[in-house]
Design a binder for this molecule. Structure first.
Ligand code: RRO
Length: 306
């Protein structure tokens, strides 16, 4: 079950995704006690944020929609939490979000110099920050990468939005290689989506006139395709976290077959708590046994073409 992301050993390929149940210290401590192979923290900004008014998250038939609005306690808190969580002997990943482009370097510098996290994920894809998504603006993206890529030795990764256009896959690959990015996480929730309740004739969440980020089953075909595209372009030079609609062992198998090294779980962890990790890992192990695979390397990336 062992795998690696950017040289960091994970005891299994399943961990929490930044977002659900990972904002407070108590929530992070809870994750430390689960089978999640990494403690992934909520995306943090320079200053604490309350986020958007409720209702801002809703489970739907095929996943979930939310417009959380980056609620977090500010990066200073997560630097402190990481130091305490070190005691659990489990890799810790910070998630860094900026309101302005300059914010990223300030926060990354701080995590790099405190040296209590193993991985730093740069969130370039929040759909609810009231701004354009940096991952869709390649000039801004390069500006961020320029400022953060040489601040220390802790591996840096990019949390990317879903791409649909060939040119983006190629240009983002060029940037990832040019700035020595160690891993990518594909994909964030798909922004600017709407789910409607026909009884109330209203959107199911209230901020942003109901527009929010879509997660869960709906987005898995988009997410595994993004993983596959980047896996082919990056050719093993960069580790890949698959994110989006993982709720069974079959989903984990699919992501790894596409070329992911590990997967992150968002909606299923939000809905089921720690049971999600236990159940999904159990199902995944069962599939491997049935197929006769002994390690993840036995089938990673080996999608067969008919
Ligand atoms: O907090 C959010 O609204 C949020 C973030 Br930072 C993100 O990266 N993705 C998302 O769907 N919601």
């Amino acid at each position: 079950m062992e795998t690696q992301i950017a040289g960091v050993k994970l005891t299994n390929p399943v961990c929490n995704a930044s977002g659900p149940r990972d904002t407070t210290f108590e929530e992070l401590q809870y994750i430390a006690h689960t089978e999640s192979s990494v403690i992934v923290m909520k995306s943090c900004t320079i200053n604490p944020r309350e986020g958007n008014p409720e209702p801002r998250y809703k489970k739907t038939e095929y996943g979930s929609i939310q417009a959380m609005g980056l609620p977090n306690l500010g990066y200073h808190e997560y630097i402190k939490y990481a130091h305490i969580l070190r005691a659990y002997d489990k890799p810790i990943m910070a998630s860094v979000a900026g309101i302005n482009i300059e914010d990223y370097a300030i926060i990354v510098q701080s995590f790099q110099s405190n040296n209590d996290v193993d991985l730093i994920e740069i969130n370039l894809s929040c759909p609810n920050a009231g701004k354009s998504i940096i991952g869709y603006d390649l000039a801004s993206m390069e500006e961020v990468l320029k400022q953060i890529s040489k601040l220390g030795c802790i591996p840096i990764g990019l949390k990317l939005p879903a791409y649909y256009d060939d040119r983006y896959f190629e240009k983002v690959t060029d940037l990832v290689l040019k700035y020595n990015i160690s891993f990518i996480s594909c994909i964030n929730s798909i922004g600017n989506t709407l789910c409607i309740d026909i009884d109330t004739e209203s959107p199911v969440i209230s901020p942003q006139e109901g527009f929010g980020g879509l997660s869960g089953h709906y987005i898995k075909p988009v997410a595994i395709a993004n993983v596959r595209r980047f896996y082919r372009l990056l050719q093993g030079r960069v580790s890949i976290f698959g994110v989006g609609g993982v709720s069974s062992g079959k989903d984990v198998f699919e992501y790894i077959l596409m070329g992911a090294d590990a997967v992150q779980i968002g909606t299923a962890f939000q809905e089921e708590g720690e049971y999600a990790f236990q159940r999904i890992l159990f199902e995944f192990e069962f599939i491997l046994k049935k197929k006769g695979y002994k390690t993840i390397a036995d089938f990673k990336g080996n999608l067969k073409y008919q």
